[in-house]
Design a protein. Structure first.
Length: 350
């Protein structure tokens, strides 16, 4: 039965519309007998309250702080941020406020400064958090637990925390699946290069470590670890292209290059400049810079993480929990999609 009104419930229960209103909104006194009558009528009629309408009359503020890496247009984290703001703009709830606090994803000191900035605010009742530095994230979430502030993880999860929800890939499985793909597209005697992007004083992110572990474990379990070549690349240094030259000079059997983050375009640009044909390249994220090389067939495969959807869903989860009092699913894995130039047109989340 659709479009059930308070009057319908009142008639069914044999009480006044005002009594039904008090029961639905938990305000004012209602006798136990009338409470039971209204609840029975609601159940029999199959009434579902309009939670959005209820939210619109709520006076509770939802002040969300999103702690994410600084970014530029076209970056992976720019897509996450786009999803955050899209979710805010798509709700009619006027008391929802979003404050984005940025940090350098390669600097634990920068992350600490961002966390301290959030702690200095006295009106935050929801936090969206990228989890680049595990121990520091654990310390911060312990603080949020103490303050009874709900928080959502995006991009990568950290077990043992009390997060309201997580949105992102299973980091280990995504690394493992990428390794299976690499083994399938590489000939039996060919070498697979795992490119690890590092800055001069950079620190590996939690997500990168777990994803790399999954990748390496797959090679080990298949008895193929001797085919792996580990290569650190610092794109902030001017000589990174010459280092790639030396990599190819010393490893004539290289057939596949793999990057486990969104910086795939650096290696793809090198392959195009140097006219390195016959090399399979596997990267992550449908950011525009990577998509350009996928369309040119320089990159063979991209693994999609749906960053915009992660940001959008994180806001939705905090809104649902704080304002609508809805039950929120804790673990929300994004699908591990393998994108090629041929099926790219079916994926619009870039």
């Amino acid at each position: 039965m659709s479009n059930i009104t308070i009057s319908d419930i009142a008639k069914k229960a044999g009480v006044s519309a005002g009594t039904v209103d008090r029961v639905l909104h938990n305000r004012g006194r209602v006798s136990v007998e009338n409470q039971q009558k209204v609840e029975k009528a609601i159940e029999e009629l199959g009434y579902k309250p309009n939670m959005t309408a209820r939210a619109l009359v709520s006076r509770k503020n939802l002040n969300i702080c999103a702690v994410i890496p600084s970014n530029s247009e076209g970056d992976y984290w720019a897509s996450v941020e786009k999803g955050l703001y899209k979710a805010v703009s798509n709700t009619e709830y006027s008391n929802l406020n979003l404050d984005v606090v940025y940090y350098d994803q390669y600097s634990s000191r920068s992350f600490a400064e961002a966390v301290n900035s959030v702690k200095s605010k006295d009106d935050v009742n929801g936090v969206i958090l990228a989890t680049h530095f595990e121990e520091m994230v654990r310390e911060f979430t312990a603080y949020l637990d103490e303050k009874e502030v709900a928080y959502v993880f995006v991009d990568s999860n950290i077990e043992g925390c009390n997060e309201l929800a997580y949105f992102g890939l299973d980091a280990y499985d995504s690394g493992y699946a990428t390794a299976e793909l690499a083994l399938n597209v590489t000939q039996a005697e060919g070498a697979v290069v795992l490119v690890d992007f590092k800055l001069t004083e950079g620190e590996a992110s939690t997500q990168s470590i777990i994803r790399s572990n999954g990748f390496v474990d797959c090679f080990e379990k298949n008895g193929q670890k001797d085919r792996l070549v580990f290569f650190n690349l610092n794109t902030n240094l001017k000589d990174y292209e010459s280092r790639l030259d030396k990599l190819f000079e010393s490893n004539v059997a290289i057939q596949t290059l793999v990057t486990l983050n969104s910086r795939s375009y650096y290696v793809a640009d090198y392959l195009k400049k140097k006219n390195k044909k016959g090399i399979k390249m596997i990267g992550f994220d449908l950011i525009q810079k990577n998509v350009d090389f996928l369309e040119k067939r320089v990159v063979s495969f991209l693994i999609s993480q749906h960053p915009e959807k992660q940001g959008y869903s994180a806001v939705e989860a905090l809104f649902g929990h704080t304002i609508l009092k809805a039950e929120i699913k804790n673990i929300n894995y994004m699908p591990i999609d393998i994108i090629t130039a041929a099926n790219l047109k079916y994926y619009q989340d870039i």
